[in-house]
Write a protein that binds this ligand. Structure first.
Ligand code: AR6
Length: 179
């Protein structure tokens, strides 16, 4: 049990939900972007549509983003105050450093959230859509990086892992022992 004034456990600070990340009232949402940062399909397209054209205007000033890096913009018309854009690895069979790059996406995004002072941050399942990173290989990396960060940092206080489709949602719940 967590008493008044005691820090919550890492476990209690991680939440898995099924839904559309653009609707969440959190301090920051993470975008699974591409290196241009100029929009695309999947969650990237949904975030740009929901945030409005001012998001693209700010992204144009950022000069792109390398895989594993994270860059911050405002959230504009989104409920979230900030968008943390990161670029996952396109899957090339697993021998091109994809797992290291995916870990770096989560690590850099969590550091960006901390530096913003964000209390809450929501992640999509980076790289497991159009980029083809196998979900079963991604989830242990995601959970390891989120847990490692929360074990040593107070911010973000809460991390929401957002699953758009049923398969992703079930796989996350199972990995967390909450199925
Ligand atoms: N909310 C939450 N998750 C979503 C949403 C949403 N609204 N829409 C899709 N997802 P993907 P990637 C899930 O393809 O694999 C873009 O064109 C989706 O079901 O969006 O990193 C970029 O510009 C999947 O589980 O991102 C890049 O070119 C997860 O988000 C490329 O796609 C990630 O799927 C990046 O590919």
């Amino acid at each position: 049990m967590t008493g008044v004034g005691q820090p919550s456990s890492v476990r209690d600070r991680i939440e898995v939900v099924r839904g559309d990340i653009t609707t969440l009232s959190v301090d920051a949402i993470v975008n699974a972007a591409n290196s241009s940062l100029l929009g695309g399909g999947g969650v990237d397209g949904a975030i740009h549509r929901a945030a409005g054209p001012r998001l693209l205007a700010e992204c144009r000033l950022l000069g792109g983003c390398e895989p594993g890096e994270a860059k911050v913009t405002a959230g504009y018309d989104l409920p979230a105050r900030w968008v943390i854009h990161t670029v996952g690895p396109a899957w090339r069979g697993g021998r091109a450093g994809e797992e290291v790059t995916l870990a770096e996406c989560y690590r850099q995004s969590l550091m960006a959230a901390r530096d913003l002072g964000a209390g809450s941050v929501a992640f999509p399942s980076i790289a497991t859509g159009i980029y083809g990173f196998p979900l079963a290989r991604a989830i242990p990396i995601v959970l390891r990086e989120v847990r490692n960060h929360l074990a040593v940092e107070a911010l973000p206080a809460r991390v929401t892992l957002v699953c758009f489709d049923a398969e992703t949602h079930e796989a996350y719940l199972e990995a967390l022992g909450r199925a």
